[in-house]
Write a protein that binds this ligand. Structure first.
Ligand SMILES: *Cc1c(COP(=O)(O)O)cnc(C)c1O
Length: 386
């Protein structure tokens, strides 16, 4: 078992032509330098400047939605998306336990409570069939709103997350949101460039969040965006993320407690350059999956996770699922010691101290995957090198 993983590590290093292969690195060239230099030369580096608007317009076009609001990071995007979707203190918000901490944190910032749902082996995201059974058991509709009979709290929204870029079963999810009268807010932080039945992830719900952190498929240094087709929600999100300031030539007037969440022009400039390369990044990532597929044919007891049916994934992070639970830490140790940066999937939210008492259903698949999923280097590589 050890030898085959050492050999795999050597093959990955050969693939990348490096002695140490990070999990995910940003890819820049002259375009990024040109746009960012333009900000510095003109002095427009901060909260005013043309790149923010340009980035918002180009991003909206890329995802096929009417509006995008650029913000400081994906967590802030989720926070405001949930707020404008109507989530209030003491509400419950349905979400996977198997997610990055930001999903649960954003809900908590509003004084709301995460309610953890199990995931599907096919998508790694929320499983609508088990969710439905769970909701039938513990909820009731009262005057058009959904309530948890066990906690007495209102269930306001459902936040599916497209794990490592793989789209969730959105038809199933949308059906549940309609039937149970809950808002659909997508955490599309990882899935820019991923499609469910030819429709971009993040375009199914009322409003969604994307992240442009340094390790995501494209980056703005740090950054995020709220996307929606709803003009009222978009302008409210813009207002809240820009300190709720009322337009005036010189006076400072604010009509509620807002947030300083606007993406700086410098970051938006980087974003404009990166967005131009998205088709290339996606093609390279999908090619990388093919190469990994070849490399793991020699490996016993593991398979490479592939995009769900009817979906086109951005393959943001390449994912291996081990058959045998006892191997996970051993495999991670061998790969990391041999210069191939690899990481386990996140500790599920319900196992963290802050969220251990939150309501949840049986999380059988979440626990199964938690013990078996690892991510391997996923930086896009140029076709010529591959
Ligand atoms: C990256 C990420 C976010 C947002 O992260 P930021 O670092 O705040 O941009 C949110 N949810 C998930 C699932 C993520 O992977």
């Amino acid at each position: 078992m050890n030898n085959q993983w050492v050999e795999f590590a050597n093959n990955v290093k050969r693939l990348y032509g490096k002695d140490f292969v990070p999990l995910h690195e940003p890819t820049f060239n002259d375009k990024e330098v040109e746009y960012v230099t333009d900000c510095i030369k003109t002095g427009w580096v901060s909260s005013v400047g043309a790149y923010v608007t340009q980035f918002e317009e180009e991003l909206a076009k890329f995802v096929g939605m009417k509006h995008a609001v650029a913000v400081v990071n994906g967590t802030a995007a989720l926070h405001i998306a949930l707020k404008v979707a109507g989530v209030e203190a003491e509400d419950e918000v349905l979400m996977p336990s198997l997610t990055f901490i930001a999903t649960a944190n954003a809900v908590s910032y509003l004084g709301a409570v995460p309610h953890f749902i199990d995931v599907s082996m096919e998508t790694l995201g929320i499983d609508p069939s088990v969710l439905k059974i769970h909701l039938n058991k513990i909820t009731e509709l009262r005057e058009g709103e959904l309530f948890n009979k066990e906690t007495g709290r209102r269930i306001k929204a459902l936040v599916p997350m497209h794990t490592f870029g793989h789209p969730v079963d959105m038809e199933g999810i949308q059906g549940i949101c309609n039937d149970y009268r809950i808002e659909l807010v997508e955490d599309a932080a990882e899935s820019l460039g991923s499609y469910y039945k030819n429709k971009h992830t993040g375009s199914f719900g009322k409003i969604s969040a994307i992240s442009f952190n340094g390790n995501k498929i494209m980056t703005t240094g740090g950054g995020g965006a709220i996307i929606t087709d709803d003009a009222t929600l978009a302008s409210y999100a813009k207002h809240l993320t820009t300190t709720a300031k009322i337009q005036h030539s010189w006076e400072y007037r604010h009509d509620e407690i807002g947030f300083n969440y606007r993406m700086p022009n410098l970051n938006a400039a980087l974003g404009c350059a990166q967005l131009e390369k998205m088709p290339e990044f996606i093609a390279q990532k999908r090619l990388l999956t093919k190469r990994y597929e070849q490399l793991i044919t020699n490996l016993q007891g593991v398979h490479l996770f592939k995009e769900p049916k009817s979906c086109k994934s951005n393959y943001w992070l390449q994912t291996l699922i081990l058959e045998d639970v006892i191997n996970r830490d051993e495999v991670l140790a061998i790969l990391n010691e041999n210069g191939v940066m690899s990481r386990p999937i996140w500790t599920p939210m319900h196992k963290l101290n802050m969220f251990k008492d939150c309501p949840r259903m049986n999380l059988r698949v979440t626990e199964f995957l938690n013990e078996r999923v690892i991510n391997i280097p996923s930086t896009p590589i140029k076709e010529g090198i591959l």
